[in-house]
Each structure stands twice: as structure tokens, then as C-alpha cells.
Design a protein around this ligand. Structure first.
Ligand code: DGL
Length: 266
């Protein structure tokens, strides 16, 4: 079984790692659309168009499933992707993100009131209201006020490799400080697959809060399709992994190191 994963850049690697940990025997193809990054500042129709092009590249590679490892594309293009890919199953990251929040809420002692949920995401994801809608449908909003904060400066910094840079830390602080000042505790959802790269900085900026991301829950969504493959004793060899980037020259040094040399131009 071949699983195709795509993102605008290196964000989806956080999703890939989580899937590889759960399903190591599966073959993966990772596509980063670095030539068109970022998606999060583009219009819905542009995001749909770019996402369909990524899906087509993966379809041509003969994948059996596509994981949209980008919250912006999952929020704006999931329906179009499912239509275009027909029998190939398409999985988004918004539902697993919501699931990660629900898992966290379920661990709260009963009777805790007003534990806020803060979604940090790209501007396009926040505008799409995909998270707001899904969280409001799943949670008691009297008990869990929901806030959404666009963080448009984070993706370019992460793609630049500034994951530990003081400017990144100051920017994270600027985005979340008013929530920290108003609420001593809460749940922050990293609603962009790039943000787990800087999860430690978000945790430092929100002491007392729990920080979750969609990569944590994604493997559950693929369990039904991939578990039989994983459990097939005739197939117990580690799956292959292919990297494709639409602009490989745009990769930051840390990602290049992580990936190794075998990157093809998509
Ligand atoms: N990693 C993506 C997301 O989850 C997209 C970031 C971007 O390209 O703006 O939203």
C-alpha cells in the first residue's frame, strides 16, 4: 500500500513521522509544494487549485490513499480533493486536530469550568471557520470558549529554519500573550502542520496550558485502511519513502539534513 502525503512545505513531515511510527511497513510518498508556499495567505480558490495539482502528482504515482497534511488545504479543499480522487481515500487533518482536543478535554477532571480552546492556524484556515464549526459542534461552548488566532508570520520563519530563533519566540509570544494573560489554563491546538516544529516555544509561551496537534490523532483516521497491511506477516519489511519538492532549493538546511539527499523535483 502506497500513501501519498502533501503539504505546502515541510509542515506535513510532522504528520508523516506520526504515520511512520504507527505504520512502518507502509510505503510513503511525501510531496512538499515549496514552489507555492505559503498556502495560508492565499485565497480559497488558489488553495483548491494548488491542492488539486498536488493530488494529481500523487495520483500519477499510483497512491492508494492521500493524506492532506496541511490544515489550510484540509479546511478549504477536502471536498474538491475527494471528488477529484474518486476511489482513492482522502484524509484531512482538521478532524484529527479536533479529536486531539476532545481527547484532552476528556482527561479534565469533571466540573472544571471555562477551560478555553485556542486554535493557532494560518489566516486562510481561521477564515474558513472549519475548526470553529467542528469544535462548536463537538463541545459545550459554555464550558469551553473557543478562540482562533491567525499566526501568518510563523510558517515563513519555520521554512527559513528559524525554529529556535529569538524572533520566532518573540512572535509566538506576541500571538498568544493575551490568551495567557486572560486564562491561566487552557488547551491550545496547533492548527497548522508547521507549528509542531515550534511546539516547545508555544508551550513556553503558554505555561499551564496543554498544547496538542493533529499529528497526534491522524494515525487513528487511517487505522481501518492501514492496519491490515501493517499486520500482514508477509510484508514485514520497512516501507519505502520518496520525497518530492516542487522547489527543492527552497528547503531549509535542517530539513535537508533530516531528509537526506534523495529529493526529486515535482
Ligand atoms: N502547513 C500548512 C497548514 O497546516 C500550510 C502552511 C502554509 O503554507 O501557509 O496550514
Amino acid at each position: 500500500v502506497k500513501v501519498g502525503i502533501f503539504d505546502s512545505g515541510i509542515g506535513g513531515i510532522t504528520v508523516l513521522s506520526s504515520l511512520q511510527a504507527r505504520f512502518p511497513n507502509v510505503e510513503y510518498i511525501y510531496l512538499g509544494d515549496t514552489a507555492n508556499l505559503p498556502y495560508g495567505t492565499k485565497s480559497p480558490s488558489q488553495v483548491v487549485k494548488l491542492s488539486l495539482a498536488c493530488a494529481e502528482t500523487l495520483r500519477m504515482k499510483g497512491v492508494d490513499a492521500v493524506v492532506v497534511a496541511c490544515n489550510t488545504a484540509s479546511s478549504l479543499a477536502l471536498h474538491e480533493l475527494r471528488q477529484a480522487l474518486g476511489p482513492i481515500r482522502v484524509y484531512g487533518v482538521v478532524e484529527p486536530g479536533v479529536q486531539a482536543v476532545l481527547d484532552c478535554v476528556a482527561q479534565e477532571p469533571a466540573g472544571f469550568t471555562s477551560l478555553p480552546i485556542l486554535v493557532l492556524a494560518t489566516r486562510a484556515t481561521v477564515r474558513s471557520e472549519a475548526y470553529g464549526r467542528a469544535l462548536r459542534a463537538a463541545l459545550d461552548i459554555g464550558r469551553h470558549p473557543i478562540f482562533e488566532q491567525p499566526c501568518p508570520l510563523l510558517v515563513p520563519m519555520i521554512e527559513e529554519g528559524w525554529t529556535e530563533h529569538p524572533i520566532l519566540k518573540a512572535t509566538v509570544d506576541e500571538y498568544v500573550s493575551r490568551f495567557r494573560d486572560a486564562h491561566p489554563r487552557g488547551i491550545a491546538l496547533l492548527g497548522c502542520t508547521h507549528y509542531p516544529w515550534v511546539q516547545a516555544s508555544v508551550e513556553r509561551a503558554l505555561p499551564g496550558w496543554t498544547v496538542v496537534n493533529s499529528a497526534q490523532a491522524i494515525s487513528r483516521a487511517l487505522e481501518e485502511q492501514l492496519k491490515p497491511v501493517q499486520n500482514n506477516q508477509n510484508q514485514i519489511m520497512p516501507g519505502k519513502l520518496e520525497w518530492i519538492f516542487t522547489d527543492p532549493d527552497a528547503l531549509p538546511a535542517f530539513a535537508r539534513q533530516l531528509i537526506g539527499k534523495e529529493v526529486s523535483r515535482g
